[in-house]
Every structure is written in C-alpha cells, then in structure tokens.
Design a protein around this ligand. Structure first.
Ligand SMILES: Cc1nn(C)cc1-c1nc2c(-c3cnn(Cc4ccccc4)c3)c(Cl)cnc2[nH]1
Length: 288
C-alpha cells in the first residue's frame, strides 16, 4: 500500500490546518490536510516552552514518537511522522473519524454488552500486538482511546508507554482509577514494567464500559485503598459472563490475571464477537 505521507522531511507549509479537534494536558490537535496528497490527518502541536527541558514530559514525547512510529495495527492510532520548528513539535497522526471514545461513553452513560465486548476484543488484540513488541501502554483508559469512522477503536497517546523492562521512574498524574495495585504500592517499582499492568487496566475498562463508572471510583485516598484490596462490587444486572471476565482481570497478583489470548477466547467475548462469523456461516449453509 503506497503510504501517502512518505517523505522523510515534513514541514508546516505542507499542511493546510483545519478546525481544532481537541486539547490535552500538553498541546492541541488540529484537523489537517497534506497539500500534495490531500491526505487528511490530525496534527498534534506541542509547545517546547511547555515541555520544561530535561523534564519527564520531553522524554515522554520522545518516547511517544519512538514507540508509536513503529506500530502498525488497526486498533492503534498511527503516527505517520513528526517535525518541529523553533517553538513547537508537530506529530502527524491518523485522523480518527468519530473522535474520543470517552465522549461517546459519557453521552451513552454505558455501552450495551455486545458493544463493550467488541471494544474489549479490539483492545485485547491491540494489547497482544503491543506486548509481542515488549511495549507496555500503562495508561489504558477511555480518555486515551479514539474511534475510527467505522466505529473501530484506536489506542492513542503513548506518552506513558515504555519498552519493557525499563528502569525509569515515572511520576504519575491524572486519574488513579486505572492504576493496578503494584503501581499503587511503593517499593514494587520493578513490577511497574511488567505487561500485566495492562491486563488490570483492561479489567477496569471493561467494568467502566458496562457500568458507566470505574470500579474503584472514590476519593483519591479511598480509591488507593480499594485498588490495593481489589475492593469492588459489580452490579447484579451485569451478565455472569461479563462479571467472570472482570473478576479474572482485576486480580491483585499480576501473574494470576487472565492472559490476553484467554481474554480473546473468553465466553463473553465469543458470545458477542463471533456472531458475524456464525451468521456468515449460516448463510453459507455450513450451519456451524
Ligand atoms: C474530536 C473529534 N471529533 N471528531 C468527529 C473527530 C475527532 C477527532 N479527535 C481526534 C484526535 C484528538 C483530539 N483531541 N485529542 C486529545 C488530545 C489533544 C491534545 C493532546 C493530547 C490529547 C485527540 C486525534 Cl489525536 C486524532 N483523530 C481525532 N479525531
């Protein structure tokens, strides 16, 4: 497939800038079109002045570029290239046609089980791909997931991802809701860089998709206590298969969490995600 954005050297003049799409802690994202190819993309602009030199954030951006540039998966937002001028750093990102997933979640309150299961199956596929490349995302949450034009989800924002094992200390900010117990407890920093942290976050994500709020949502102090004890209640109206998957991911011992290949073949996922295949088989009269 000829990649429209192939030139090695990019510069701002190559792009026509469109409407702002959103803003994060650092920087803003604009709709953009590459002039020669008319290729539509999302241009993330970060101001160097905001990334204090030598701070973790500058290294985070460098890591985001290094990691995301080498990833190619339908459920991972592509980073086509980057460039900078005297004041700003620009990331040329895939444009996700249906925007930020958390806005859809807030608007719908919670997702029906079939939709949640399809999203979790896509997340498991993307995480398996990442873990095979020894990349740990470490910041899986609705705010870091975008939606493509066909409703497929795309993990974005690799600012917190690392190549395992990595002996970097990471300062955490933002919500605690998604942190696994090993990242809450001090002194177990080596476990911060084990892929299994993403399994815990996948469990939190499954819960939030189905219930509409995170399982340990509380005051910051109480959230930490409840995470450390995996103290959550799953509403009785959640199906028993979904409850089973959540309980097999939100396990304190990282080594006892359900591996991604078993997530993909879990009864709750199979029940909602291979329907298309079954229907297709029925049509073919194979009656599987
Ligand atoms: C919003 C929106 N509405 N629709 C219909 C599509 C979109 C859309 N947004 C994006 C976005 C997008 C926008 N904001 N953000 C959050 C952000 C911004 C700055 C720094 C860190 C994180 C991501 C992207 Cl990257 C990539 N593609 C996007 N598509």
């Amino acid at each position: 497939v000829d990649q429209p954005l192939m030139p090695k050297q990019f510069h701002l003049g190559m792009f026509e800038i469109g409407r702002p799409l959103g803003k994060g802690k650092f920087g803003r994202v604009y709709l953009a079109r590459e002039r020669s190819s008319n290729f539509i993309c999302a241009l993330k602009v970060l101001y160097k002045s905001e990334l204090q030199h030598g701070s973790g954030v500058e290294k985070q951006v460098r890591r985001e570029i290094e990691i995301q540039s080498n990833l190619r998966h339908p459920n991972i937002l592509k980073l086509y290239g980057h460039f900078h001028d005297s004041k700003r750093i620009f990331l040329i990102l895939e444009f996700a046609g249906k925007g930020e997933l958390y806005k859809h979640l807030r608007r719908e309150n919670r997702f029906p089980e079939w939709k949640a299961a399809q999203y979790i199956a896509q997340m498991a596929s993307a995480l398996r791909y990442l873990h095979r490349k020894h990349v740990i995302h470490r910041d899986i949450k609705p705010e870091n997931i975008l939606m493509g034009i066909h409703g497929e989800i795309k993990i974005s924002d690799f600012g917190w991802s690392v190549h395992a094992p990595n002996n970097r200390r990471a300062t955490l900010c933002g919500t605690l809701d998604y942190l696994p117990p090993e990242m809450i407890k001090s002194g177990s920093n080596d476990k911060w860089y084990n892929e299994k942290v993403d399994l815990w976050s996948l469990g939190v994500l499954t819960y939030e998709f189905l219930v509409g709020e995170a399982p340990f949502e509380d005051t910051p102090i109480m959230t930490q206590k409840r995470i450390a004890r995996a103290d959550m209640t799953i509403p009785e109206w959640v199906s028993k298969e979904a409850k089973d998957l959540i309980k097999r991911l939100l396990v304190l011992d990282p080594d006892k969490r359900l591996p991604l290949e078993d997530v993909q073949t879990h009864p709750w996922i199979i029940k909602h995600c291979v329907k298309g295949e079954r229907a297709a088989n029925r049509e073919k009269g194979s009656g599987k």
